[in-house]
Write a protein that binds this ligand. Structure first.
Ligand SMILES: [Zn+2]
Ligand SMILES: [Zn+2]
Length: 335
């Protein structure tokens, strides 16, 4: 209970920060959002607190058919805080139809932001300002100095890197480049793509990253050694799994499968949702590319067995290296 109170204090700090609604902020993240009633879970309209169990069934902002009204684009991102040190952020579907997810992991020394979304313009998508406020409030609450920040990426497609430029010149911040060489160097990976596992200490918490090319050349997976969740980006999520290099994708899925087999894994987290909750192999239901509304959307979280399912599917398709479209209950291989 105390833990929850501390969290709500952090959120209250964010809520009362005058910077949230300052006149020089063209688009405060909570503009237009309904004022939530005071309470432990919903005291602040910016970051909702919930456990990962709740996150699995959470209904995200499912967008609008007509994105022209300004209200449809606000708040520009939805933020869920899953513990004192972890945030899941999703871009508003009317700001960018890809509606990518971003993840912020913090330790006592350092935070890592995985992905920056599909919009560079801070007026439309104020990611930097939002991260600044989250980290400032968190540091004040925990009586810690501002953490170092690494802005990294699951991979280098535009919908995952476009707000990078908002972080240019930010103090004590590294923005990781977009090539496999940049990614390998930033994470101190010993090799690429095989035998590339590397640990990064955030202070009382560590992440393990390893190469996962195939959807895109610089793709990685990130495993949280504390929560036992693994971030699989665009390699595996409840949607259409696109492949740019089938041979690499096959090898990466096998690498991911081996990792999940050899480690305790709780949740598998991706970077998009493109399926409806009622999607099945027999009755596929995915939302068209570019749609700004996802009524009845599938949940974000997949399970370790989905990694095994994908690995079996990929291994069973012959002859390698080509892959064919195949529908599964919770994802669609769509090379
Ligand atoms: Zn991608
Ligand atoms: Zn993507």
């Amino acid at each position: 209970m105390k833990h929850r109170l501390v969290q709500s204090l952090v959120l209250a700090l964010i809520a009362v920060s005058p910077a949230w609604a300052g006149p020089d902020d063209p688009c405060p993240p909570n503009a237009g959002a309904p004022q939530a009633p005071q309470g432990v879970h919903d005291a602040h309209p910016i970051a909702q607190q919930m456990t990962y169990e709740d996150l699995g069934s959470h209904h995200w902002n499912t967008g609008h058919a007509d994105c022209r009204p300004a209200a449809a684009r606000r708040p520009p991102m939805e933020i869920v805080q899953t513990d004192a040190d972890t945030y899941v952020i999703r871009q508003n579907m009317c700001v960018a139809a890809e509606a990518p997810f971003m993840y912020l992991y913090c330790g006592t020394q350092k935070c890592v932001l995985m992905d920056t979304g599909d919009t560079s313009d801070p007026a439309a998508f104020p990611l930097r300002a939002t991260i600044d406020r989250l980290l400032t409030a968190r540091a004040a609450q925990n009586h810690l100095p501002q953490p170092a920040l690494m802005v990294a990426h699951t991979h280098s497609h535009g919908d995952h890197v476009l707000a990078d430029r908002q972080f240019a010149g930010r103090p004590n911040t590294v923005v990781v480049g977009h090539s496999p060489q940049d990614v390998q160097a930033a994470w101190h990976m010993p090799n690429w793509p095989d035998n590339g596992e590397a640990n990064m200490d955030l202070g009382g918490r560590s992440l393990t990253a390893f190469p996962l090319p195939g959807h895109e050349d610089a793709h990685i997976a990130v495993y949280d050694n504390r929560s036992h969740d693994i971030l699989t980006g665009d390699t595996l999520y409840p949607g259409r799994l696109y492949v740019s290099d089938a041979a690499q994708y096959r090898a990466s899925v096998a690498r991911l499968d081996a990792f999940v087999t050899n480690h305790e894994v709780r949740n598998v987290l991706g970077a998009h949702i493109e399926l409806a909750a009622n999607h099945t192999r027999a009755h596929p239901h995915d939302f068209p590319v570019g749609s700004s509304q996802h009524p009845g959307e599938h949940g974000l979280i997949l399970q370790p067995h989905h990694v095994h399912d994908l690995a079996r599917m990929v291994a069973a398709q012959q002859p390698p290296p080509d892959l064919q479209r195949e529908v599964s209950d919770d994802f669609i291989l769509d090379p």
